[in-house]
Ligand binder design. Sequence first.
Ligand code: PEP
Ligand code: MN
Length: 346
Amino acid sequence: MIISMKPHSSPEEIQAVCRRIEDFGYKIHTIEGVERVVIAAIGVGDTSQCLESLEALPQVEKAMRISAPYKFVSREYKNARTRIKVRDFEIGGDEFIMMAGPCSVESEQQIMTSAEAVAKAGARMLRGGAFKPRTSPYDFQGMELEGLKLLRKAGDAMGLGVITEVMSDRDVEMVAQYTDILQIGARNMQNFALLKGLGKAGRPVLLKRGLSSTVKELLMSAEYIVAHGNRDVMLCERGIRTFETITRNTCDIVAVPALQELTHLPVILDPSHATGKRSLVPALCRAGVAIGADGIIVEAHPCPEKAVSDGAQSLTLEQFDKMMRDLGPYLELWRGARVAQELVSA
Ligand code: PEP
Ligand code: MN
């Protein structure tokens, strides 16, 4: 169950509601918003009686049954799409958001050149890793703080938002100072200390699906972040590990609409890590637009053959520009479909 308190309820009123819920045998978890407190009641008990009893309390605005184990991120809790504001645009609204840039920030020139090209081609966000989760400890690990500064500088110079990965809960505050969106990598999807640490980060989060994680596990990880106080979460399908070896991962494309059925959070597709091959990236981008993703995060590099990470899947900046132009008609259809959906659900 989720119980919304009336705006500006007093601590005593909240306490009284919590006690009533506990009397019915449920555990409680409260989230304090700017205006109101919402309480999640977790466990098994006589839900119908409890709901009836809570609704009779004057300080309770709404009490509802949520059957999914992920409560706050479920469509049952909130039907309207979550729109996440970044700079002067929104993710999850009427604009398809393109995020692009190199896998890693490598130098000032590399990130500046990338930022200029992706901005000109129509991207809204610049991506670039400063802390890199590499399979081998001997591979490039990222420029860390210097990389964050360069990414911010390049984004600001071109009017782009920036997105970068944070790998440890100890770094959340520091990375948040430089970025508009915190990316949680596939390998950290179930790093629960990190997920909890994002609750108070004050920045939206892009949560990538783990290499061997189910859609439900992804939603449970998103629930951690929301339950710890941060509602601005978007999900990312980036391919999962299967027996197939022709691509780096297998893109579970249907996870995009499946997630949108189950959650109100925006869903972003990553065609670069999903395929591992630049030749396949444009086709998967088209699929992402056609299937109704809220945006795409794609790797593009001024000189992929010299990239320190993920060169094989990075588009050249020229290829990115061409792909954006080719996506034009698809994006038109996307906008029409999105506006129609909003009208139906209004
Ligand atoms: C990345 O975005 O460069 C990255 C490491 O992604 P993932 O966590 O999906 O592997
Ligand atoms: Mn990468």
